[in-house]
Design a protein around this ligand. Structure first.
Ligand SMILES: Cc1cc2nc3c(=O)[nH]c(=O)nc-3n(C[C@H](O)[C@H](O)[C@H](O)COP(=O)(O)O)c2cc1C
Length: 175
């Protein structure tokens, strides 16, 4: 079975997870979304992206429009907690996008990823002072502190388990 992993990353978190996913599927190919790989000829395509303003990053969203009638899964890293409604919304919207094009979505995985401190500083300067991302509340500080520890070994172990599950499901669907 031919498996393609296409990842998008700005600061390396998603690449790390993509490498764990790839390592768990023997013979899989791992390619950056910047290379815009041809999706035909693969039995399973796993898309990895970072979350930008509550959605898959723009490069990934653009790439996903190329997937039609394929067997897919996806994984993502984000600053928010993985069990938050924000994280759930990302999965829901991405799944809807893929299903609208006749793709079969086998599942998804998410984990936190450290948020670039330079970006946080820039945000603070650019946003109006009453914007939630211009302020540092206790809740936000705790969330960012937690995000700064991810992806960690436990996340990578879960990412490998996700990859194996996707592989098994794709194999079961193919016979
Ligand atoms: C411009 C920008 C926008 C972001 N928007 C969100 C967001 O809406 N929700 C969220 O949970 N995290 C957000 N993040 C955090 C990233 O998704 C997170 O740090 C991710 O792990 C980065 O992955 P990467 O290292 O692969 O680029 C944002 C980060 C950046 C740089």
């Amino acid at each position: 079975m031919k498996c393609l992993i296409v990842y998008s990353t700005l600061t390396g978190n998603t690449k790390k997870v993509a490498e764990a996913v790839s390592g768990a599927i023997e013979g899989s190919e791992i390619v950056s979304v910047d290379q815009n790989p041809e999706p035909s000829g693969y039995d399973l395509i796993l898309s990895g992206f970072w979350v930008d303003k509550g959605q898959a990053d723009a490069k990934t969203k653009n790439y996903l429009t190329r997937l039609k009638g394929r067997t897919v899964g996806f994984f993502y890293t984000l600053g928010a907690y993985p069990d938050s409604s924000h994280a759930d919304d990302v999965a829901r919207v991405t799944e809807e996008l893929l299903k609208a094009e006749g793709n079969v979505v086998l599942g998804s995985f998410r984990c936190q990823g450290k948020v670039d401190p330079e970006l946080l500083e820039k945000m603070k300067k650019m946003l109006p002072p009453d914007h939630p991302h211009a302020q540092m509340t206790e809740e936000r500080r705790a969330r960012l502190e937690e995000a700064a520890k991810h992806p960690n070994e436990e996340d990578l172990t879960k990412a490998r388990a996700f990859a194996e599950a996707m592989y098994r499901k794709a194999l079961a669907g193919a016979v």
